[in-house]
Design a protein around this ligand. Structure first.
Ligand code: 6GU
Length: 249
């Protein structure tokens, strides 16, 4: 079963939103598993310290390499045991939420969802001792260009994005293939009843019953929105289209 283990100093924040809605229903149905692991449980001093002052001075605190390494090893040691004799004995990738990480993409989310699960370390304080990042090969991921007070919300975002792609979680709803980013475009506008809302009509093409015209309108709208709001995605789309024209692939 797909499994998320989260290493955090705030284990009580979990499952939190992941216990509700689509992800929560899937959790109840046993389609995935969540474990929140308290980092403090791996501290050894009597104050149970998980952080310390930065070498070289400066503000804030840094997450200790030794404490975090013990937590990661405890979580993944359990993995190694359960992996014996299982499908290729694959191990879960170990991620670290951080505003300086590589931006999380739908493509990476789909890869993670297709794998055995994730171990997510929630970054806190000013940072994490670089040596544990290197020694455990942590993959740093960011969920956008803004700063959160801690990595827990980012971990939940990452896990939610993965869980909705797991087999049996979404059901018929688009199955994740006809939505924003999967085809490199933002989603077209949606409408439902009433026919008139505060003087605004549903675009007539959508009630014409002409499926080809509906599809063409949606495609044009998706392209317009992408051009207007996400010139970066639009440029990538144009590059892809010209590549298709040249290579025929
Ligand atoms: Cl992954 N963590 C924190 N603390 N802030 C962020 C972030 C992650 N992604 C964007 N901002």
């Amino acid at each position: 079963m797909w499994r998320a283990s989260v290493i955090t100093i705030f284990p009580d924040m979990f499952p939190g939103p992941l216990g509700h809605s689509l992800a929560g229903k899937a959790l109840t149905r046993g389609l995935w598993e969540l474990a929140a692991v308290d980092l403090r449980g791996f501290a050894t001093d009597r104050h149970r310290s998980v952080d310390d002052t930065p070498a070289g001075g400066g503000p804030g605190m840094v997450m200790r390499a030794d404490v975090l390494a013990r937590a990661i090893d405890a979580v993944t040691a359990a993995d190694a045991v359960t992996a014996i004799g299982t499908e290729a004995g694959d191990r879960r990738p170990c991620l670290l939420t951080s505003p300086r990480g590589r931006p999380l993409t739908q493509q990476r989310v789909a890869q993670l969802a297709a794998g055995p699960g994730v171990v997510v370390v929630c970054g806190r304080f000013e940072g994490v001792d670089e040596r544990v990042i290197a020694a455990r090969g942590l993959e740093e991921v960011s969920i956008g260009d803004y700063v959160l007070s801690g990595g827990e919300l980012a971990a939940m975002v990452l896990i939610d994005a993965c869980v909705r792609l797991l087999p049996g979680v979404m059901g018929a709803a688009a199955s994740g293939t006809e939505e924003s980013f999967s085809d490199g475009l933002l989603e077209y506008p949606h409408y439902t009843r009433p026919q008139v809302f505060e003087g605004r009509d549903i675009p007539p093409v959508l009630v014409s019953g002409d499926h080809a015209r509906v599809a063409a309108w949606r495609r044009a709208e998706a392209e317009r929105l992408t051009r207007e709001r996400r010139p970066d995605l639009w440029a990538a789309q144009l590059a892809r289209l010209s590549g298709v024209a040249e290579t025929g692939s």
